[in-house]
Design a protein around this ligand. Structure first.
Ligand SMILES: [Zn+2]
Length: 415
């Protein structure tokens, strides 16, 4: 039997990537296609037309997620889904997100061209607002689709111009009048997200296929240290309540504690000093902490140490730590990982296990159905940057693996 991967057309996939990159194109070769903007609306219409031309049925939902459905022999079974997102950062590239959607489209077209009709339906998906740059936080589409958040929770979030996310969603859905809506929270049999690695390892090792084992966990905090403003010349040392000195002690101690194990990622990227005047003892400091490690036990241990350090180093100041985000590390479905590795092996494509250091829509889907990701190399690991680049041959390899994996999952009764 011909395999779907035999019918993947790398030149067609590349042409479609370049076509999509015209929506929101920047003069420097990058893409500015932020979520729910004119550029994204035009890109959606382009995808709907493309899907229809291939015999796929487009539909959407209240989160403005876009689906293109290949019918199955058993149309009532939950679909196998593949895709990513088409929104970008303001200084985005041509491959982040877009590759996942168009590789899924290529895989579905390959299955059709092979003359195969899957048992389960297969849906290509583009999730809304993955990036979170216009409406923060991101992953709105996959959060709403899987019920992690509700429409009421996200509708009031406003962009820099004061437009509410709810208004922007309504405006986009109004443009989709001929695209039917289906409910959120639909059951899904399995989800696969192809994506550029956004890291250096596959390119360095010349390996085209990364079998993503899971997503590294993140905890984010804000620490507010409150002291008292005083004159830099007259306030005695023992009377000072210097918020910045307390914050500096905390940050130094937190950095020391996070140096073990060495692969812990600890970043203090934001520091705000009040009143921020050269001759005034700082009255207040707010700083951020971003903590990541693949092992949840390590993150939990450092979390406890951070809390103890904030209390121990505050001196005469007051200190309050707020955790603003906690995404545990997760391990993807062994069945989906196995299917990706097996497909790459059958195609003779070098592959290796790799952990995702960044978040993706696959995180949300992981809690709803067996989920996996396929990484392909990108140049120098650069992403969220107009210089983002991936080699056509690697992109084709990822789409070939995806085509066989989707066919396998759509036929399998084991998932
Ligand atoms: Zn992405």
């Amino acid at each position: 039997m011909a395999r779907p991967s035999d019918h993947v057309d790398g030149a067609r996939l590349w042409r479609r990537l370049m076509d999509l990159s015209r929506f929101g194109a920047r003069p420097d070769g990058g893409v500015d296609r932020q979520t729910l903007t004119e550029a994204e609306i035009a890109a959606r219409a382009h995808l709907v037309a493309l899907g229809r031309s291939l015999g796929l049925a487009p539909f959407t939902d209240a989160a403005a997620n876009l689906f293109l459905r290949l019918p199955g022999r058993q149309p009532d079974r939950p679909p196998v889904m593949a895709g990513s997102h088409i929104d970008s950062q303001p200084t985005g590239g041509r491959f982040d997100g877009a590759y996942g959607v168009l590789a899924a489209l290529e895989a579905v077209e390959a299955i059709r061209t092979a003359g195969l009709v899957p048992s389960r339906p297969i849906e290509v998906v583009a999730f809304t607002n993955e990036e979170g740059c216009r409406f923060a936080p991101g992953m709105t589409g996959s959060d709403l689709f899987t019920g992690v958040r509700t429409l009421a929770e996200v509708a009031g979030i406003r962009d820099a111009a004061g437009i509410a996310q709810g208004e922007a969603l309504s405006a986009v859905l109004a443009c989709d009048r001929d695209v039917p809506q289906r409910p959120l929270l639909r059951p899904v049999a399995a989800f696969v997200e192809p994506h550029i690695e956004q890291g250096p390892f596959l390119e360095r090792d010349r390996i085209p296929i990364g079998v993503v084992t899971g997503i590294q966990g993140t905890r984010r905090y804000r620490v507010r240290v409150t002291g008292e403003a005083a004159h830099a010349g007259t306030a005695e040392r023992h009377e000072r309540r210097d918020a910045l000195m307390a914050a500096v002690r905390m940050i130094a101690a937190i950095d020391r504690t996070a140096s073990d194990p060495a692969d812990t990622k600890l970043t203090v990227g934001m520091l705000q000093v009040t009143p921020n005047a050269p001759s005034v003892v700082p009255a207040a400091v707010e700083f951020s902490i971003d903590l990541r490690h693949p092992d949840n036990a390590v993150v939990d241990r450092i979390d406890a140490e951070i809390r103890a350090i904030v209390e121990a180093e505050r001196g005469p100041c007051a200190a309050a730590l707020r955790q603003i985000q906690h995404n545990p590390s997760l391990a993807f479905s062994p069945a989906v990982r196995g299917a990706i590795a097996a497909a790459a092996g059958r195609l003779g494509l070098p592959h290796r296990d790799i952990l995702s250091a960044a978040g993706h829509d696959a995180r949300q889907l992981h809690y709803a159905c067996p989920t996996g990701m396929i990484f392909v190399p990108c140049r120098d690991g650069v992403s969220h940057n107009p210089a983002e680049w991936a080699e056509p041959g690697d992109l084709t390899a990822g789409a070939r693996v995806l085509a066989d994996v989707l066919w396998h999952l759509a036929e399998s009764d084991a998932i």
